[in-house]
Ligand binder design. Structure first.
Ligand code: GDP
Length: 360
């Protein structure tokens, strides 16, 4: 599932953020048939293209692409000692496609910190250490089997080498995700292990006004977590924002010197981190954004609408968003030769406006 798991120490604002995500009710209204789990919160990917397309097609409804977040119980320091991270916890994390770690940077004497002081670097280390120890355990369990398979030539020695390289990274206290480039890790060989720290990471800094207005401080924190992406938001403010209508919410954001809500930012960064993109469909009923992976082909994109569309795929009529907007109508885009007929091999581009032809 394309969900992002939310982790973090106790009392850093996970529940507050998650409440904002679940009370963000746009989805329930837009997707009446979607089953929404109690531990899943959803936020729409902001996409100004939808309104423009809807104007051209006279669409009644706009359906942006949803990004899902799953609430995963808090990690407590030392969880990996003794029993280790709970099985339920591990299973939830394994299912998530990416990990969003909530880190407290807000100052509030009324909110107790589990370690007695606000120290983002140490908090991130605590969480990451638990995940790293879980991964080391996974690798140590796997190595004897893999060594055996290499010996009997059932497996390439390069695979074992890749796993041992990952072990070195973890043993020095780094996550796999943060070391992919620097250590030239062969991710293909690591896939089968399902390592937790190989998932893309996002750091969500739960900040107060001071930090939201302090770009130097933000840059410092950003540098600390690079190459992972960072989002700065005020979870308390976010949970207030979702109670307001659009206009009021915009005013409140402006008052706080922000142009976009933290949840919107989180959706955009999450989408980017997951390597996703959208294509668009439009008609009088609705204009809708569909989520696909970068590099997906036209039949794969069709499959997101319905598996029958993928199976019976014949061709796709494709026009880029910009060309369509320039032309002002589908008919004009056609007469300008901007509407292409694409086949099975076509690799989708972000913002393609598409109509599929298929056999049922
Ligand atoms: P969790 O244990 O990580 O789920 O943390 P909670 O969401 O329960 O938050 C712990 C406490 O911190 C609660 O009293 C929240 O009201 C408070 N809190 C959460 N986010 C913020 C924030 O951005 N600023 C301030 N001042 N307090 C916050």
């Amino acid at each position: 599932a394309l969900t992002i798991g939310i982790v973090g120490l106790p009392n850093v604002g996970k529940s507050t953020l998650f409440n904002a995500l679940t009370r963000n009710q746009v989805l329930a209204a837009n997707y009446p048939f979607a089953t929404i789990e109690p531990n899943v919160g959803v936020v729409n990917l902001p996409d100004p293209r939808l309104a423009k397309l809807a104007e051209i097609f006279g669409s009644q409804k706009l359906l942006p692409a949803p990004v899902s977040f799953v609430d995963i119980a808090g990690i407590v320091k030392g969880a990996s000692e003794g029993e280790g991270l709970g099985n339920k916890f591990l299973a939830n994390i394994r299912e998530a496609e990416a990990i969003a770690q909530v880190v407290r940077v807000f100052d509030d004497p009324d909110v107790i910190h589990v370690d007695g002081k606000v120290d983002p670097r140490s908090d991130m280390e605590t969480i990451n250490t638990e995940l790293i120890l879980a991964d080391l355990q996974t690798i140590e369990n796997a190595i004897p089997r893999i060594e055996k398979e290499v010996k009997i030539k059932k497996r390439d020695a390069a695979e074992l080498a890749a796993i041992k390289a990952a072990q070195v990274v973890l043993e020095r206290g780094d996550t796999i995700f943060s070391s992919i480039k620097s250590d030239k890790l062969e991710m293909g060989h690591l896939k089968e292990l399902g390592l937790l720290t190989a998932k893309p990471f996002i750091y969500v800094f739960n900040a107060d006004e001071g930090i939201l207005g302090d770009t130097a401080k933000q840059d410092e924190l950003r540098a600390m977590v690079a190459p992972a992406d960072a989002v700065f938001l005020d979870a308390k403010l976010e949970s207030d924002l979702v109670e307001l209508d659009e206009e009021e919410a915009r005013e409140m954001l402006e008052m706080n010197g922000q142009s976009e809500s933290g949840l919107d930012q989180l959706a955009r960064v999450g989408f980017h981190t997951l390597g996703l993109q959208t294509y668009l469909t439009a008609g009088p009923k609705e204009t809708r954004a569909w989520t696909i992976r970068q590099g997906d082909t036209a039949p794969q994109a069709a499959g997101v609408i319905h598996s029958d569309f993928q199976r019976g795929f014949i061709k796709a009529e494709v026009v880029s968003f910009d060309d369509l907007i320039d032309a002002g109508s589908m008919a004009e885009a056609k007469s300008r030769g901007k509407v292409r007929i694409e086949g099975k091999e076509y690799v989708m581009a972000d913002g393609d406006v598409v109509e599929f032809r298929f056999n049922v």
